[in-house]
Design a protein around this ligand. Sequence first.
Ligand code: NAD
Length: 503
Amino acid sequence: MTVTLATTTIKHFINGAESAGEGPRRQPVYNPATGAVCAELHLANGADLDSTVAAARAAADSWGDTSLAKRTTVLFAFRELVAAHVDDLAALITAEHGKVLSDARGEIGRGLEVIEFACGIPTLLKGDYSDQASTGIDVFSFREPLGVVAGITPFNFPVMVPLWMAPMAIATGNAFILKPSERDPSAAMLLARLWKDAGLPDGVFQVLHGDRETVEGLLTHPDVDGISFVGSTPIAQYVHETATRHGKRVQALGGAKNHALVMPDADLDNAADHLSAAAFGSAGERCMAISVAVAVGEAADLLVAKVEERALAVKVTIGTEPDADMGPVITADSRDRIVRIVTESADAGAVMVVDGRDLVVPGHEDGFWVGPTVLDHVTTAMTAYSEEVFGPVLVVVRVPDLAAGIALINANPYGNGTAIFTSSGAHARTFQRAVSVGMIGINVPLPVPVAYHSFGGWKASLFGDRHIYGPEGVSFYTRGKVVTSRWPEPAAESGASYNFPST
Ligand code: NAD
């Protein structure tokens, strides 16, 4: 397949074809490395929403009735097409998000894992059967699709997060509507083409671009049965409350403030390497990025010196450069907010170890740049600690011992990911059992679960009771049926009993 995407106008993908829709509103899409507008995005109105949901509703019944064998064939074909288009998808991600190409390829790799997991759908949907549950009675259970489900996704993983949702929703027999981030929407359009080329019927995967208005329309539409959301905490909470009130099943993943605790017995070089990569990779715009280093006791001075060395060595430039470690942040507003938070915290007494506020990338002066920044002696009252910075900023909080570090982590309102660096199995075990966080790394800084487990945080990082992808994804996109069945021989029929049968 030749990739021919409109570079100046990005339309919706409705019922198997690109569509300008009827909505008159447009929004610019920027290349964050140059600051230039690279495309104009169509935003949906109410009529576009209605036609998209109607196409999904029409497609859902027949797709839900399509055999597991046929669905699996489409998923395998889609897997092959995504794998064949990794470079095309990565180029779109880097052009609109700014992350470096190798990292863009990495996020597609994590998305591919979910497609591969979804290829096992016949096994994943096998029900349970109890023969002779009562005399002459069998009981069996199985799961059916919800119907029409929508995914609302953030800017920071324009391929991986949609692939956390769509392969699971589609494999389980649903029609899926993707409302991608309006900041980097092009990769979603290529995914739509690949689904179509894989043989997916029209209307089963659609892309509807929009902002708050479109999201609100999806959350309240009577023909939408389920909502998967990934984004910031205030919006996640609003999405969960609104869609739940409108009778939908909802999973809404929110923001994060991920702490990595470093014990004095850790290999500090290894810890500093990982902290730097986990704090500054993708310009810190990862929901699992490490943004707080919790330095325990005598580890602190040495650790800060080693992290400083690594932060200064990070190569920040346009993401298509082969030696780039880190690209720009997503918008000028985001850059200004990050700089404001760093300045406020320094003014409040944090020690500036590495200052990335004034970074200039020669040749790309209009890009949205912030360099790696390290703040030491940060307290919980400072905004660099209390806010989700979502930029290349690592704050160091010093604590006297493991118990104080765990107490700090548990007092934080977020609970997405956390990590411990230690050479002690006892410390690691205490940590893994005591922290109120959904995903934990032991000498692993970014503990994003593999696709056959599920991904989800605790507290303000997830609203709803099911994690995303993996076994919990199968459960989220389906609902259970239990059949109690009796086929008596005509001669053996002896009438109904007025008692609750127990034998
Ligand atoms: P965001 O909340 O601004 O946007 C997410 C989605 O919600 C987008 O599609 C956007 O169009 C829509 N949206 C934005 N404002 C809205 C409003 N007022 N009403 C309705 N919809 C609205 O998030 P973002 O800036 O795109 O992404 C970064 C955030 O996402 C960070 O907080 C990050 O931690 C979080 N995130 C979390 C996870 C996770 O797994 N928990 C993963 C990735 C990103």
